[in-house]
Design a protein around this ligand. Structure first.
Ligand SMILES: *Cc1c(COP(=O)(O)O)cnc(C)c1O
Length: 383
């Protein structure tokens, strides 16, 4: 590289590397769909649902149009609506609380744990009390497996059990991770995930899935997915959505699922290299006991006094992209700031929003390229 040239930019997520690895498999899968023309509810949709069920051990898998629909459909199936409160962390992607608000129910935002970025059970308990004090009926909890690490599902289940609340796990970033040796998709009443291209298991467009062991819920979800259909398509027994996953995306996901475990292992190697290379200069992510991560993001915290914008600009000048998840927690967003927060406020969410930054992370980040990222981070902190 000529020293006067800008360093070659590194991709934040290398979608092309995975395309090369899968070779013709996806082209052929797509070609089969183009041949049979069953673009909606084709055989690949059922085959994918079966493969996903086998992968994570859930009894039922209902694929759907997005991760947001996955969350919304479960809330609709539970008849969540005005007067109800659903507790969720504030430090998350907006879809978590958005799905609640779309039903007319009230999202009540709770804080997260400083070490794992996942729901803080003490704040959750305070949030339930806050909801009740406001005359709302607390009905459910949506823990999030943020950045790929499973939440503390036993702790959430204990609170849910004591209060009679359902648990809907938002595993949009964490699908593929384990909690105490069991794959996500099998905790709580139901689990929602997303196949948005940037998620650990992504398709080539929008998509999502719901996992549950509850037969009745699965039937209701299959009805909601097609406008609340009853005995047939033109019998409408409840409100629903156009909530289906396209056959084309299902065909693509079947191929991607075959290499998913291997990609998770590769992501874990990348995470371990970051921890070794950066652990003494920034706060690197920590895994709680019993939790694994699929590393949807590799999110570090900058030391106090480091200007994040200056830091990001220094990395960019070295060809290293960064992203900030999330510059604002949900309760700080215009659309959500009038919803309640747990008593005591959400100090951890607010401070994370100020000092987190995410580094390039994907299964195909080779050691030499990653070393450039590590050196760029170390260099920017010395400057
Ligand atoms: C991406 C994401 C969603 C929404 O998924 P879409 O498929 O984009 O609708 C929900 N929750 C979390 C935590 C996410 O990261």
């Amino acid at each position: 590289m000529n020293q006067h040239m800008r360093p070659e930019p590194i991709p934040f997520i290398d979608v092309a590397a995975q395309r090369r690895r899968l070779g013709k498999a996806i082209d052929e899968a797509v070609a089969r769909v183009l041949d049979h023309c069953a673009f909606i509810n084709g055989p690949e949709v059922t085959a994918l649902e079966k493969a996903l069920a086998e992968y994570c051990g859930a009894r039922h898998v209902v694929t759907c149009a997005s991760g947001t629909d996955a969350l919304l459909m479960v809330l609709m199936a539970k008849s969540v609506g005005p007067g109800d409160a659903v507790l969720c962390p504030s430090f998350t992607f907006c879809a978590t609380g958005e799905a609640v608000a779309l039903t007319g129910a009230t999202p009540v935002f709770v804080d997260v744990d400083e070490a794992t970025f996942n729901i803080d059970v003490n704040s959750l308990k305070r949030g339930i009390a806050t909801a009740k004090a406001r005359g709302l009926k607390a009905v459910g909890i949506i823990p999030v497996d943020l950045f790929g690490q499973s939440a503390d599902h036993d702790a959430v289940a204990a609170v849910a059990g004591a209060e009679g609340l359902f648990v809907l796990d938002d595993a949009a970033q964490g699908f593929g991770a384990n909690y105490k040796g069991r794959k996500l998709g099998t905790f709580g009443l139901a689990t929602a995930t997303s196949f948005f291209p940037a998620k650990p298991l992504g398709c080539f467009g929008d998509g999502g899935a719901i996992f549950t062991d509850d037969d009745e819920l699965a039937n209701t979800l299959r009805s909601i997915r097609v406008h609340g259909q009853g005995a047939d398509k033109y019998d409408n027994v409840r409100l629903g959505l156009t909530g289906r996953l396209d056959t084309m995306q299902a065909a693509i996901l079947i191929e991607k699922l075959k290499i998913f475990e291997d990609e998770i292992a590769a992501r874990n190697l990348v995470a371990a290299r970051y921890a070794r290379g950066l652990g003494n200069v920034v706060t690197v992510p920590r895994l709680a006991a019993g939790c694994t991560s699929v590393w949807a993001q590799y999110t570090i915290r900058l030391p106090k006094g480091v200007d994040r914008d200056v830091f990001a600009a220094a990395l960019k000048a070295q060809g290293v992209p960064t992203a900030i998840y999330y510059t604002k927690s949900m309760h700080q967003q215009t659309a959500y700031r009038n919803f309640p927060v747990a008593d005591g406020g959400l100090p951890v969410s607010e401070s994370l929003s100020e000092d987190v930054i995410s580094l390039p992370m994907h299964a195909y980040l080779d050691e030499a390229t990653q070393e450039r990222v590590i050196q760029a981070v170390r260099g920017a902190l010395q400057a």
